[in-house]
Unconditional design. Sequence first.
Length: 157
Amino acid sequence: MKFEDIYQEYWQKIFRLCMGYVNDYALAQDLAQETFIIVWQQLPNFRNEANISTWVFRIASNNCLRQIEKQKRFQKVEMPQQLMEENTESIEPKIQFLYKCISELNEIDRIIISLELENIKQSEIATIVGLSEANIRVKIHRIKEKLTQKFKENGHK
């Protein structure tokens, strides 16, 4: 598979995955771009032992987890409100709230629900995160319950 094909097929999905992790439009774009730089660099080493989608999502997930670790080490400076509004105006309020709720989940739950929202098969999610398929099903159910509760608490339907 050519890099251009991978980029075309997975850019939006990887961006949304990154957005679920960091809830920051510009940072999610940077993380998605970094992911595809890694994919481009490592593509000659890809041996078709896994699905290309599993491989790309694992790279993106690892990249996002590294970013979260960096953020924990360095004090986060709040972005000026005006800049935040410029970056998020195009995103619907309910979607924005969903990303905010997802970003408040623990790291493993964030990746699981983000992959689930991209319609990745649960067996593939299990491979990406290293858990059993049964465990993934239970976690997805619990995560959806948590998110539904947050929406109810905040007056969203």
